[in-house]
Design a protein around this ligand. Structure first.
Ligand code: SAM
Length: 296
């Protein structure tokens, strides 16, 4: 379904979209496609065979961590993984602004004590200071604007020796072929919205390691900050890869079903040209941000 929102209306007239227009757009996308992140993200693996949910869950140290928050938890995949690994040892909380995503997460974790809260990451006044050992944010920080408020809220909620860890978009140039797939999708989207890409979702500073480091350091004074670039790969038949890759880019959701089909044909052609023995590969660049309190 073609998504139209306050955000698309603003970029149509060449206007920098507002934060409320961004939330309106994200809500429309997620209401119509709840759970769309998980299939793709679950199947994208690093050189050791780990997906990005596992790369975050690995951070939990059972001896020292008991309270874990997932900010922008979506359909609850990361919380589910934490629950499977550590069970009742952890107090898990998922926060998301979108009701349709939370509905999926609640169903997925109905058999557990996991708690959920619907709200924006910028406004979590109902939670007390220093109450979490670990705060995760998987593929959601890139979408959050204003992001400085998210970082300061996260710092407030984190214990002195707590850890904030996020998976965020990485440098497109580091993953071979990524820019080609990106450009196929954006070429189709820009036929309808020439300024899609000039304006994009979220705060652009989060998308580069240098700016993210600076931004994080301004809020997390006295914390150790590490950003690790990682390339994730998804191997599949060209038709599957075309559909999954297209479905992971928010830009695809503004296309009509007809335009979406044309884009899929171009993507499939691209992956067919790259295939070996019927399997093609899509490489995705990410950064893993880990902010660790020294407890000073
Ligand atoms: C790409 S999805 C990722 C979902 C989940 N973390 C995963 O990776 O499976 C981004 C999620 O962030 C949520 N989100 C975006 N901006 C938010 C904000 N300002 N406050 C709370 N949730 C937000 C969206 O509703 C959506 O569920």
């Amino acid at each position: 379904m073609k998504i139209k929102s306050a955000w698309t209306r603003q970029i149509e007239i060449g206007q920098q979209p507002s934060s409320s227009a961004l939330r309106d757009h994200l809500d429309a996308v997620h209401d119509n496609n709840a759970g769309f992140t998980e299939t793709f993200a679950w199947n994208c693996r690093d050189a050791n065979g780990k997906n990005s949910y596992e790369l975050l869950a690995d951070i939990i140290d059972q001896k020292n961590h008991s309270h874990v928050l997932d900010l922008g938890c979506g359909s609850g995949v990361l919380l589910d993984l934490c629950n499977k690994r550590f069970g009742a040892e952890l107090m898990l909380l998922g926060i998301d602004m979108n009701g349709s995503e939370l509905q999926l997460a609640r169903e997925r974790l109905a058999h557990t004590d996991t708690k959920f809260h619907q709200g924006t990451a910028q406004n979590l006044d109902c939670f007390v200071d220093s109450s979490f050992d670990v705060i995760f944010c998987h593929w959601a920080l890139t979408l959050m604007d204003p992001v400085v408020e998210v970082l300061s809220t996260t710092k407030r909620l984190l214990k002195e020796r707590g850890i904030f860890a996020a998976i965020i978009d990485g440098d497109p140039k580091t993953a071979p072929g990524y820019l080609e797939v990106h450009d196929i999708i954006y070429k189709h989207v820009q036929c309808k919205y020439p300024d899609y890409g000039v304006f994009d979702l979220g705060d652009p500073r989060v998308r580069t390691a240098e700016e993210l480091q600076k931004l994080t350091a301004e809020t997390f004074i006295g914390f150790d900050i590490n950003i690790t670039p990682i390339t994730l790969s998804f191997n599949a038949a060209p038709s599957i890869l075309a559909r999954e890759a297209a479905g992971f880019f928010y830009a695809s959701f503004v296309l009509s079903p007809n335009d979406f089909s044309h884009m899929l044909i171009d993507l499939e052609k691209y992956f067919i040209a790259k295939q070996q023995d019927g399997i093609s590969c899509f490489k995705m660049p990410v950064n893993r941000l880990v902010v660790r309190g020294r407890g000073e």
